[in-house]
Design a protein around this ligand. Structure first.
Ligand code: NAX
Length: 332
């Protein structure tokens, strides 16, 4: 029997965590037979709500959930964890742009970087979900110098899943028949959802997504903006931001990182940029990656069209601006 894995979820009393905790505890992320000890971090006023979440986890009667540690103390929450889902932050409300959140949220990620540095395992894998996710991940990594910087990632998997779902619906195939859609850049409305390298299996035949869709205007004028604005559309309809789908995406991201991507398939993750594809260095930029043995690698050699180049530059520039603003907020 494997040793229990300690996994922290921050914002554990919030709405994304409400779906995510069940997915993690029932084995969707680390494998169905991996014992898990869940560390749940939230702020002091949420401890009563968190108590209810703890009761529900017990009542789920999950065989591989070996312990639950609810706390408002980062020293307890991050102690000896091997995986961290950093969800806790102020969520975006209707009419708010992600930039509005930056000032409030980057400070949280500085504190959590320091706590990870002090208390977590040195090989901890960190997934930042709380917005602005890319820049929060960058700040968090800067304040955890004893943990490799490549262990800090940001979530763009929800955008990837949304993009995959749009193409599957357009072509009329099940979702698993669409692969290798890419999200480039920032998890914001400047992200570039790119179907040029995606494949779709139709009637047993693998086609490129543009061939399968048979409508290049749809890709440019419907697909791209629909994916870019999907978060806002969900808020407008639900009056709350995406939660169930965000939790599913977080578990997909962490599972692929721990357990590896399938041969021939890549996924999108916000990772520390090395300047691949002309992206700015030292920002957390979403790239297509493959994963193996717990490590990610950026997929190289994809052709970038002139219009894609422009889109990559726009989102890269936004990330550079966010980095500047975040540093100014922290140093103020
Ligand atoms: P909720 O408001 O339901 O939950 C957030 C929780 O975080 C609350 O319980 C709050 O008390 C807690 N929290 C606040 N500060 C904290 C701190 N310093 N330490 C620990 N916990 C703290 O928001 P929810 O809908 O769960 O969304 C969480 C975050 O995910 C938001 O920042 C949201 O913008 C972001 N999202 C990111 C997505 C992505 O694709 N990267 C998509 C979904 C979502 O919008």
């Amino acid at each position: 029997m494997a040793e229990p894995l300690r996994v922290v979820v921050t914002g554990a009393a919030g709405q994304i965590a409400y779906s995510l905790l069940y997915m993690v505890a029932k084995g969707d992320v680390f494998g169905p037979e991996q014992p898990i000890i869940l560390h749940l971090l939230d702020i002091p006023v949420m401890m009563g709500v968190l108590e209810g979440v703890v009761m529900e986890l017990a009542d789920c009667a999950l065989p591989f959930l070996r312990g639950v540690v609810p706390t408002d103390d980062p020293a307890v929450a991050f102690k000896d964890v091997s995986a961290a889902f950093l969800v806790g932050a102020m969520p975006r409300r209707e009419g708010m742009e992600r930039k509005d959140l930056l000032g409030a949220n980057v400070k949280i990620f500085k504190v959590q970087g320091e706590a990870l540095d002090k208390y977590a395992k040195k090989d901890v894998k960190v997934l930042v979900v709380g917005n602005p996710a890319n820049t929060n991940a960058l700040i968090c990594s800067r304040y955890a110098p004893s943990i490799p910087r490549e262990n800090f990632t940001a979530m763009t998997r929800l955008d990837q899943n949304r993009a995959q779902a749009q193409i599957a619906a357009k072509v009329g195939v099940p979702i698993q028949q669409v692969s290798n859609v890419i999200i480039w850049g920032n998890h914001s409305s400047t992200q570039f959802p790119d179907a040029a390298h995606a494949s779709v299996t139709v009637n047993g035949q693998t086609l490129s997504a543009p061939e399968a869709v048979k409508d290049s205007a749809w890709l440019d004028t419907v697909f791209v903006p629909t994916v870019q604005k999907r978060g806002a559309a969900v808020i407008a309809a639900r009056k709350m931001s995406s939660a169930m789908s965000a939790a599913k995406a977080a578990s997909d991201h962490m599972r692929d990182w721990f357990l590896g991507t399938a041969p021939g398939r890549f996924v999108s993750m916000g990772v520390l940029s090395d300047g691949s594809y002309g992206a700015p260095k030292d920002v957390v930029f979403s790239f297509p990656v493959t994963t193996k043995n717990g490590k990610w690698e950026i997929v190289q050699g994809l052709t970038i069209s002139d219009s894609a180049r422009k889109s990559l530059d726009v989102t890269g520039k936004e990330l550079e601006e966010e980095r500047k603003e975040a540093i100014a907020v922290i140093e103020a």
